[in-house]
Design a protein around this ligand. Structure first.
Ligand SMILES: [Ca+2]
Length: 504
């Protein structure tokens, strides 16, 4: 343990707890003078920080886990108001940490959101501006500073399990792979589990294709995370673990045991989709249980979130995710495409069962981890993410760069959005017209205010035009004249010689 973490200033709830404890003692001795003296001392102690506590805490740097669901909507969890879908593990987790009511993915589609989590940079800046079909030339470049690489350089062990989706040429020397971005150990797919979540055939572990695996994707991924925690990592070192499930992205296939709670629905699509979210929740619980069993939970920062809003229109097939009433869905730059669940647990630093209404975004994860560990942010490039440490203490987040979204194939004639404070501006890619919403008052974006708020519109427009130009200038121009590769036909049968699960 060669560096000490930055401990957040003593949190408000800790101070309350301390003052309460002192009050109990003071009352017990029934000495009014002593009580007042102790309160004064306690306040001074809180103001200067507690050297003893910091020294004790600094002996162990925290571990970090980022658990990412795929296409999980804002309204898909019990703790976000869903009354049908069962997510007991995440509901319990929310009771142990902070639930963010305005958490955003950095994009309305998969790959860009993931790129922002690892780099702290908005996708058009880091180059991963769109979701990446197999064979795409777009990828997360070596020149990006990915969080696992940064942490590995500081003595962390690093592991990725689940969907990767940060290159088109997966497991090929032509593009960087998870290990090139700093992962010691990885089990991943390029994009979706194929042919479905059941018995997937396309997982690769540390460069070795595994062939057909028996089981369901989320459980296979969680089991790999557990095995890595138990058997492969060095318990003397802190770790960074990314668990990125395929669930509930298509092609959905759900273990019948997780569909059981929805047996009353005649529609198999609903049983499959809702069960798939429960399948993901179960995998989340598996990882949490392992951290508890290994006595790692107290010193582990865990963030749960999703990479974008729900697929489809929500009424047919297996795309039955919910935006919780927000406008738009996956691919949209309206709230339903980008606002997602976001829950963070960090015992001793985040008050249990707390809620924050501050807007946060996936790229904040990078900056927060750097802030906790006192790692200076790279100064040769723009980092869009903000540190969330103030939010944990109920103070305002200091956001230097407004939140920005862009997806060139977003529907409804608008592809760009920016949020600053309570306000959001939405525009087509040619920036020829603008919509303005007050998200705090109108989260469903029902009241377009550009005509009513000309001054705010002008201010937001100025900021957006400047930010958009900066981002376009800083990132690679892969988005110009982009042509996605033609989709390859997937072979109907597993490749010959595919390894069975037993060789895993
Ligand atoms: Ca996704």
């Amino acid at each position: 343990m060669n560096r000490s973490p930055r401990q957040p200033l003593l949190t408000g709830y800790r101070n309350l707890f301390r003052i309460h404890t002192i009050a109990v003692v003071a009352r017990a001795v029934s000495a009014r003078g002593l009580w007042l003296a102790l309160v004064v001392c306690s306040t001074a102690w809180a103001a200067i920080g507690c050297p003893a506590l910091r020294a004790a805490a600094s002996e162990t740097r925290p571990n970090f886990v980022i658990f990412l669901a795929d296409d999980l909507g804002y309204g898909d969890l019990g703790c976000y108001g869903n009354r049908v879908i069962q997510t007991p593990n995440l509901d319990r987790f929310a009771q142990q940490g902070m639930r963010f009511t305005q958490c955003y993915s950095a994009s309305s589609v998969c790959s860009p959101s993931r790129s922002a989590i690892l780099t702290g940079r908005t996708p058009y800046r880091n180059g991963v501006f769109t979701w990446l079909p197999e064979g795409d030339t777009v990828h997360l470049r070596r020149s990006e500073i990915a969080l696992p690489r940064l942490l590995k350089q500081r003595g962390y062990q690093t592991c990725h399990v689940g969907k990767w989706h940060l290159n088109g040429k997966f497991n090929s020397p032509e593009q960087p792979q998870p290990n090139d971005h700093g992962y010691d150990w990885w089990l991943a797919t390029q994009n979706n589990a194929a042919p479905s979540h059941k018995n997937p055939e396309n997982f690769v572990r540390n460069g070795q294709p595994l062939g057909r695996l028996e089981g369901f994707s989320a459980q296979l991924v969680a089991q790999e995370a557990v095995e890595w925690l138990e058997r492969h990592r060095d318990p003397q070192k802190p770790f960074f673990l990314a668990v990125w499930t395929h669930e509930p992205h298509l092609p959905i296939e759900t273990d019948p045991r997780f569909m059981q709670p929805y047996a009353a629905f005649d529609d198999e699509g609903i049983r499959q989709h809702h069960g798939n979210v429960t399948q993901m929740d179960h995998a989340f619980g598996t990882v949490i249980d392992a951290l508890d069993r290994l006595h790692l939970s107290d010193n582990t920062f865990i963030m749960f979130t999703s990479d974008n809003g729900p697929e489809g229109d929500g009424t047919k097939g297996r795309t039955r995710g919910s935006t919780g009433g927000l406008r738009g869905r996956k691919r949209d730059v309206y709230e339903g495409g980008i606002r997602v669940p976001g829950i963070i647990r960090w015992p001793g630093h985040i008050p249990p069962a707390s809620t924050s209404e501050q807007p946060i975004v996936g790229s904040d994860f990078f900056t927060t981890v750097c802030d906790i560990l006192d790692i200076p942010l790279p100064d040769d490039r723009t980092i869009d993410g903000a540190s969330l440490l103030p939010a944990f203490e109920g103070r305002p987040i200091q956001r230097r760069v407004p939140m920005y979204w862009r997806y060139y194939r977003a529907p409804h004639g608008v592809q760009i959005a920016m949020r600053q404070g309570d306000w959001k501006i939405v525009a087509p890619e040619d920036l020829s017209r603008f919509e303005l919403y007050n998200i705090a008052r109108d989260p469903r974006e029902q009241h377009e205010l550009s005509a009513n708020e000309p001054e705010k519109l002008a201010e937001m427009k100025r900021t957006l035009l400047k930010l958009n130009a900066e981002i376009e200038a800083e990132g690679p121009d892969w988005w110009k004249n982009y042509q996605p590769p033609r989709r390859k036909k997937r072979p109907a049968k597993p490749r010959a010689g595919a390894s069975p699960r037993a060789n895993k």
